[in-house]
Design a protein around this ligand. Structure first.
Ligand code: LLP
Length: 417
């Protein structure tokens, strides 16, 4: 996280003091580094510069319009999984020809929306969905470009909730059935086969699962080509992990070399759907310490951000570094960092060694750029935090803090019968 560093014991994002942003915008708040976002996107794209490829940033990781717009400006396409994400991508300036759409439960209305936007292709996740896409395309007098999302039965060796490439998962079409479904797709009106897709999971920290998946898919691609089924795109999904603590995920160069070599000779444009690796380490969640307390022997640091703002620790037991915004020498304590939400699962860190807190101190929850704000909720009727983009010395609020009025927008009092 080179864009976040200490200068005279004060945490900075680029050339901006975090404490100053917090003073201006309040806490909790998300802060993203424009430099880190751009550098990471460019590094990913450059790793594949030797081959024909398309990067489709996975909108779900962080869907703020300003970020999507930044990526669109650098030539990124987008991987969307809902009508809402499609709407965001289009509003952020994406063109249909750079949009791909995955997800096991696309509704007819969402399919229509994507057809009208003339997206590059649908990653189809079941036979039933294929039939609906074809029917909607015929009804709208369009041709739906499709790729079947194949489930290669590869263990991504990541948290079970974010592993998607095993046969027991709901995602994709099992490899043995894929051929039959390609044959079906070839014969129905309204769709045109353009590719093969796969995505085996997220926060993958070794190269082997990627290599295993591509080698299994490769056999399918060769078979389809030998049958004269034209495949222009090989979509290898996202999933590359980042360092939260001490993980050592493959470097971009190693990842790219392995996938390029696995796909060599297939004559396909490689498509990637990276999310976390682009935005994860480009963002932090800043929170203020409200109170400290000790229950029997356990110490708690109570902060103003909770599981509704960042659910990863509660949901996956994820580790996020916690850094003080102002570093001090002196005593340390071991404590749980917890939020104000009424659940024992509401924690940001457990048994963490931290400098002894003073009320009002600010903390930064590191590596929060991916699946941070995107999974935030209004639980306990807590307004969601603002998001700020730092660019050198300037800051821009790219999403304002929600208000109490926002919380009840759309709600109605009961009318008398
Ligand atoms: N493509 C598809 C079809 C996906 O389902 C996902 C993530 C991605 C791409 C992007 O994966 P990435 O490059 O970010 O690993 N909330 C969880 C992660 C859920 C991932 C869901 N799918 C977390 O906080 O760890």
């Amino acid at each position: 996280m080179q864009s976040f560093y200490y200068c005279s014991d004060h945490l900075y994002c680029e050339e901006t003091s975090i404490a100053k942003v917090a003073e201006k915008v309040g806490t909790p708040l998300y802060i993203y580094s424009r430099r880190a976002l751009e550098e990471q996107y460019r590094a990913f794209d450059a790793a594949f510069s030797g081959v024909d490829h398309l990067v489709c940033y996975a909108v779900k990781a962080n869907s703020n319009l300003a970020l999507l717009n930044l990526f669109a400006g650098m030539g990124s396409g987008f991987d969307v999984v809902s009508g809402g994400e499609l709407y965001r991508a289009l509003r952020a300036g994406a063109t249909g020809q750079r949009l791909i759409y995955a997800g096991v439960g696309k509704t007819a209305a969402e399919i229509d929306y994507a057809l009208q936007a003339n997206i590059l292709f649908f990653s189809v996740e079941s036979e039933a969905e294929l039939e609906v896409i074809a029917a909607r395309a015929r009804a709208l007098k369009r041709i739906a470009r499709i790729s079947l999302r194949v489930n290669p039965n590869v263990d991504a060796r990541t948290h079970p909730y974010i592993s998607t490439g095993l046969q027991k998962h709901k995602f994709g079409i099992n490899l043995p059935h894929a051929l039959k479904l390609y044959h079906r797709a070839r014969s129905i009106k309204g769709v045109r086969i353009v590719g093969v897709s796969c995505h085996i999971g997220s926060q993958i920290t070794s190269i082997e699962p990627f290599v295993a998946a591509v080698s299994k898919i490769r056999r399918l691609v060769e078979r389809l080509k030998s049958e004269g089924i034209p495949l222009r795109y090989l979509d290898l999904g996202g999933g590359l992990g980042i360092t939260y603590r001490d993980e050592t995920p493959p470097a971009l160069g190693e990842y790219a070399a392995a996938l390029i070599s696995g796909a060599r000779g297939l004559d396909c444009t490689l498509v990637f759907e990276p999310g976390r690796v682009i935005v994860g380490n480009a963002g932090i969640l800043v929170t203020q310490i409200l109170y400290s307390k000790t229950n029997t022997s356990k110490k708690f640091i109570i902060v103003d951000a909770g599981m509704n703002d960042l659910i990863r620790p509660s949901l996956y037991g994820s580790f996020h570094e916690i850094w003080p915004i102002q570093r001090r020498t002196g005593p340390k304590i071991t404590a749980d960092v917890v939020g104000p939400v009424c659940e024992s699962a509401d924690f940001l860190a457990k048994d963490r060694r931290l400098q002894k807190p003073l009320a009002g101190d600010l903390l930064s929850v590191m590596s929060s750029g991916a699946y941070g704000f995107a999974l935030a909720s209004n639980y306990n009727s807590r307004p969601r935090p603002p998001e700020v983009l730092v660019d050198g010395r300037t800051i821009q609020i790219i999403r304002t803090r929600e208000t109490y009025a926002d919380l009840i927008r759309g709600e109605q009092l009961m009318t008398e019968a």
